[in-house]
Design a protein around this ligand. Structure first.
Ligand code: PLP
Length: 632
């Protein structure tokens, strides 16, 4: 349990049971579900890994927690306004996710945020009215605005956030056209800079928002159109995953100043929207490193509430209702990806007797001497000598002076020397840089049945870290250093950066694979952004998915409420303009032709046509068959 740091990054949701299985506590209330049970049940339903497991209760828990934390901060600070959070649909558009969030947010007037027309169309339909807000962000055409005003006609509190000056003209025009008074917000371009991977959302070069001069122009335009009463909100978004609370305090302070200035200019206002940015502690270090956060949700809420109140009081302005657009913090913890490791690629496996060189080349002998006489030279010197000999061996091979057996022996002894040096380094304190990287060089590659491009895009694109652990065998000491590689035909399809309390690790330690026994890894906190950002590289497509709920009447019971099958071959190829029936027809023609030419026997021809057709309906990921009895 300690080894993989569940307690640090898991926010009380994950632990290891007495038999060494990972269990999840969706509500952090003591009730647990063993994840391998879910995997086994899904497998028996035909939904093998790669598998997304969604804990719907965790999603509900996070919505409740965020709202309660703000309620408490408002009470403790004696704040006179309300909290009106919204969930940004972009973070996870899946209907079951949005449904759960809307339902969990009922008692808190928790609303929705849209960043595009399709998202707004979802928001309008799914939103349940009352005091709940719909915030419209992103670039907008006139139809986007018409949709927002349709929401106003339905009595919904839809706020159009102006990102560009030109949007002010459009909204004035459409308001006249429809006769509906919009609720308008300004997105301000703060000078306070974000921090971490998503820091480009503020500052002079930010893509969105109005700078100070533009705000004054926008104000003029609204006044001229007699639409002063429509300006209700100030918004900013400082970028996602803000690791440092100091950045948040500064941004809130700057935005609150904008708010107060506009309120003093006579606009009705009423809402201050602090955007997203609330982090997730992916590595559990509680630091201001980019994959962590140096604050809690409670501290975040208190700081937002406190700083807004301070500025408003100092300016003599009535405090606004507070809007946040936290997406990552709400959605990330509820889902995880399960992948199966089915193969190990190892560089230094020993040569069997049958492959030993019949006559050993001198270069192999030289390397063997380096391996044997370990005490004579220092580690670094031995490493340099071994490197030189290895390069020499490759040159000899290229010039035709080294046969396959001798090349294999040279490579193998080189890796043995590296292993030996690495073991010695473990005992020594200081390590020169070149030796530091040996562990990664020596690490095995564990081949996992999934696509990084489909299921873990931010790991590939932004080198984002996610916690990863085996789902079972946690009573056994892990002994194999490994990096993870996926099944796409792309060397980038790998995970080779892992969480670590001190730094980032470029390998992780796992269990040796056992023949005939599946080995499953969980990749956690993947509920935000990963589902929708994934792409169809190599046409792998969506993975299987199960939605799990706790069973109320049983202490540790759960049920799979919904199972979504991953992509089938026919589906993904239709996405790139083929018709699967036509492909089947073409193959049948070719097989018929080959049969006529006697290249294939008619009986076999029929079987091959059937096989091709059946594969069209098969899943896209590898169908890993386990030999013998499955044990875990
Ligand atoms: N609001 C806006 C305008 C955004 O662009 C984003 C995403 O970057 C969010 C909210 C959600 O941010 P987060 O997931 O960090 O809460």
């Amino acid at each position: 349990e300690e080894f993989y740091g569940f307690k640090r990054w898991g926010a009380n949701h994950f632990s290891v049971d007495s038999e060494g299985f990972v269990q999840v506590q969706p509500l952090a209330d003591g009730r647990t579900v063993r994840l391998m049970d879910v995997v086994d049940e899904a497998t028996s339903m035909g939904l093998k890994a790669p598998l997304v497991i969604r804990m719907q209760d965790t999603l509900r828990h996070r919505v409740t927690q965020l709202n309660e934390v703000f309620r408490k901060a408002i009470k403790d600070e004696g704040y006179k306004g309300d909290y009106r959070g919204v969930f940004p649909i972009k973070v996870n558009q899946l209907r079951e996710v949005v449904d759960e969030v809307v339902s969990a947010g009922k008692d808190f007037n928790y609303g929705l945020e849209a960043g595009s027309k399709p998202e707004l169309m979802i928001a309008l339909a799914m939103h349940e009215g009352g005091q709940r807000l719909i915030i419209c962000n992103g670039y907008k055409d006139k139809d986007y605005m018409r949709l927002a005003l349709l929401g106003r006609k339905l009595g919904k509190k839809v706020i159009i956030v102006i990102e560009q000056l030109s949007e002010v003209d459009s909204i004035i025009e459409i308001s006249k056209e429809t006769g509906v008074k919009p609720m308008i917000g300004f997105r301000v371009k703060l000078q306070t800079r974000g921090e971490g991977k998503w820091a480009m959302s503020t500052g002079d070069n930010a893509k969105f928002g109005l700078n100070t001069a533009e705000i004054l122009f926008a104000v003029e335009k609204l006044r001229a159109a007699k639409m002063q009463q429509c300006l209700r909100l100030v918004h900013f978004h400082i970028g996602s995953q803000v690791p440092n609370i100091i950045t948040i305090k500064a941004a809130v302070t700057e935005a609150a100043r904008f708010y107060c200035q506009l309120a003093k200019m006579g606009f009705p206002m009423g809402y201050l929207d602090v955007g997203g940015g609330l982090g997730i502690d992916y590595d559990g270090s509680r630091t201001n490193f980019e994959s962590s956060m140096n604050y809690t949700v409670g501290e975040y809420a208190r700081d937002v509430v406190f700083n807004i109140r301070e500025i408003c009081e100092a300016s003599g302005v009535k405090v606004p209702d507070i809007v946040t657009e936290s997406g990552r913090a709400v959605a990330a913890p509820h889902s995880m990806l399960v992948v199966e490791v089915f193969e190990r690629i190892n560089k230094h496996e020993s040569l069997g007797k049958q492959h030993q060189p019949k006559s050993r080349h001198k270069i192999v002998d030289d390397l063997a001497v380096l391996l044997k006489n370990k005490a004579r030279l220092g580690r670094l010197e031995r490493f340099h000598d071994a490197l030189q000999k290895k390069e020499e061996a490759f040159s000899l091979f290229n010039l035709g002076y080294l046969d396959l057996e001798n090349r294999a022996a040279a490579e193998q002894i080189f890796w043995q020397i590296c292993e030996q040096i690495d073991k010695e380094s473990d005992k020594a304190g200081y390590q020169p840089e070149e030796l530091h990287d040996l562990k990664k060089l020596l690490a095995d590659q564990y081949v996992c049945n999934f696509s990084v491009f489909q299921s873990l895009l931010d790991s590939w694109a932004l080198k984002q870290l996610f916690p990863i652990t085996p789902l079972h065998r946690l009573k056994e000491k892990p002994t194999v250093n490994a990096v993870l590689v996926d099944i796409t035909c792309d060397s980038d399809g790998k995970v080779d950066r892992f969480i670590d309390l001190q730094d980032v690790k470029d390998y992780m330690t796992l269990h040796p694979l056992k023949p005939g026994q599946p080995y499953y890894l969980g990749i956690y906190l993947t509920g935000a952004y990963q589902d929708i950002m994934g792409d169809l590289h190599n046409l792998f497509g969506r993975v299987n998915e199960v939605h799990v709920f706790l069973e109320d009447d049983e202490p540790n019971g759960y049920y799979i409420e919904e199972a979504l099958a991953g992509s089938r071959v026919s589906e993904v190829i239709e996405g790139v303009q083929y018709q699967w029936e036509e492909l089947c027809r073409k193959i049948k023609q070719q097989i018929d032709h080959a049969t006529k030419k006697d290249l294939i026997k008619p009986r076999e021809g029929v079987r091959l046509v059937e096989f091709y057709e059946a594969q069209m309906q098969a899943k896209t990921y590898l169908n890993i068959e386990q030999n013998g009895k499955r044990k875990r």
